[in-house]
Design a protein around this ligand. Structure first.
Ligand SMILES: [Cu+2]
Length: 530
């Protein structure tokens, strides 16, 4: 099997052929269906300011400077092959980075946390978007501050387009506004106000859970869409909460069935062919691209359905001390401290509890014809098979003294756990302990394919309808993959790096849990591609 078949689109080789990046005057227009006033072409950004908007509650935002206009909390859009070349300004009272989650970037642009931007400092970041079309995102990654800053509101979307993406919009006949890019997070809301980040030891075990959904920063988000197909690209931007995404007609009676929808793509872009499903697990950091037919409906609510989140780890592991935290204030005037008042249990909805996410109101426009879904969406093969160069085994552990770790080793910024030769294709076998929690594991820099799952607990296995015990969402290119307790998964990872000068020499990347309390709690390792 050649590399092209492995990832379907051969993102490294195709991007290398693109040569010089576009000039600012030749930026592709965003998809017409994605009608949102926060949409900003990535290639037009000259400055990205990371700032605190509300010092009392610690709410923060990104502001993109596009020359003639500024856009707060932008939704970036880039056509594959376009470039980002901007100065990032850190106006927070803490160090920060901007990590572009899912993109294939060199260490210097990955924003992983090796080289944080100090408060008041700036850094020029330049890169070319080499990835397939899909929903990517950007967020802070300074070790020890990540969870607090992301919860503060720093989670931005990046929609990457290409020929397959354009062909799909055309085939669906999407009306303007019927393509949505949505970051779903959860917040602790009391009396209409979002509570500041103040995790207790229990929050550090389970992750910081809220009681209300925020969609692109809004509570009770609603969108008006036209009848016909709607295409939704959805990110789970929660710190810790897993979602089991489903859709209900608001006119449906108790117990009535969920609305079926089509899975079009995952983290790293479009599947080869759509899959009809009625629910999908979406853990923190993961994305889905779905099409839902709204013909004949008035309003549809997206929910996270109730499920057994399988928290098998108990006890109160010690909090990990981050020396850098002593040097900077918390984002909120209400300090992040061990003595934080235990919040009302009602402010912290358990993982797996039903949660309403957002509502789509179907406008009164004349019903559009809903054309059939295309049978092929991209050249991605359903199965990734074939010989791999090497097998690497990783273990996710838990014990009461240390909390959650990878191979029993707490994170250290200056450690390189292992090195991989560039161009190598490896099979990763990752095993999660039975006494554990769901861990959405994220690999920086490289998309991968899920080969097989084993040991999935019964209630989740019901939805693992694909070969090898896989979920439909395992069929695409992934950069974040969920491991249930007791589960072992096998991944095919291609460590090909582009030929650009930016990627010369050894490049360090991170592999970590995207439950952000686990990540800040040391469940992360560095590796190098040499
Ligand atoms: Cu975890």
């Amino acid at each position: 099997m050649n590399r092209r078949r492995f990832l379907g689109a051969g993102f490294a080789s195709a991007a290398a052929a693109c040569g010089v990046g576009p000039t600012r005057s030749a930026v592709a227009p965003p998809p017409a269906a994605l009608a949102d006033d926060r949409v900003a072409p990535l290639a037009a950004v000259s400055r990205l300011v990371v700032e605190r908007q509300d010092p009392l509650a610690g709410r923060c935002r990104y502001v993109a400077d596009l020359g003639p206009r500024k856009v707060a909390q932008p939704i970036f859009v880039a056509r594959r092959g376009e470039s980002f070349d901007a100065v990032i300004e850190n106006a927070l009272p803490q160090p920060t980075t901007v990590h572009f989650h899912g993109l294939t970037l060199a260490e210097a642009q990955d924003g992983a946390g090796f080289d944080p931007i100090a408060p008041g400092a700036r850094k020029r970041v330049r890169f070319e978007v080499k990835n397939r079309s899909g929903l990517y995102w950007f967020h802070p990654h300074p070790h020890g501050f990540t969870a607090e800053q992301v919860y503060g509101g720093l989670a931005g979307l990046l929609v990457v387009t290409d020929d397959d993406d354009e062909a799909l919009d055309a085939a669906l006949g999407l009306a303007p506004g019927n393509r949505l890019a949505l970051a779903v997070a959860d917040a602790r809301v009391v009396g209409g106000a979002i509570r500041p980040y103040a995790p207790t030891a229990e929050d550090c075990l389970t992750g910081w859970l809220g009681n209300r959904a925020l969609v692109n920063g809004e509570l009770d988000a609603e969108r008006v869409v036209a009848p016909g197909w709607a295409r939704l690209q959805i990110l789970n931007a929660c710190n810790a909460r897993g979602l089991l995404l489903g859709f209900r007609d608001t006119a449906a009676r108790e117990g009535e069935q969920l609305i079926p929808f089509s899975l079009l793509g995952t983290d790293g872009g479009l599947l080869g062919a759509p899959r009809e499903i009625d629910r999908a697990f979406l853990y923190t950091g993961e994305r889905v691209d779905v099409a839902i037919n709204l013909a004949g409906r008035r309003a549809v609510v997206a929910v996270s359905l109730e499920f057994d989140a399988r928290h098998q780890a108990h006890g109160m592991p010690p909090r990990h001390h981050h020396p850098a935290r002593d040097r900077y204030p918390a984002l909120a005037a209400e300090a992040v401290c061990e003595s934080a008042v235990r919040s009302d249990p009602g402010d912290r909805l358990p993982d797996g509890a039903e949660l309403s996410l957002f509502t789509l109101h179907v406008g009164a426009a004349p019903a559009r014809a809903t054309p059939p879904l295309p049978s092929r969406l991209s050249g991605l093969p359903d199965a990734a098979t074939g010989p791999q160069d090497a097998m690497r085994r990783l273990r996710l552990d838990f014990d009461e003294r240390t909390g959650f770790l990878i191979d029993q080793t707490p994170y250290r910024l200056d450690e390189t756990a292992f090195s991989v030769r560039r161009g190598t294709r490896e099979t990763w076998e990752i095993r999660n302990s039975p006494i554990s929690m769901p861990h959405p594991m994220h690999l920086h820099g490289f998309g991968f394919r899920v080969l097989r799952r084993q040991g999935t607990y019964g209630a989740a296995r019901r939805f693992a309808t694909e070969s090898g015990g896989r979920f439909p969402t395992d069929l695409g290119v992934k950069d974040t993959v969920l491991l249930w307790p007791n589960e072992t998964i096998w991944l095919a990872v291609d460590f090909a790096l582009p030929e650009d000068a930016a990627f010369r020499g050894a490049q360090r990347y991170m592999f970590h849990c995207h439950n952000l309390e686990h990540e800040d709690g040391m469940m992360m390792r560095n590796f190098a591609v040499v």
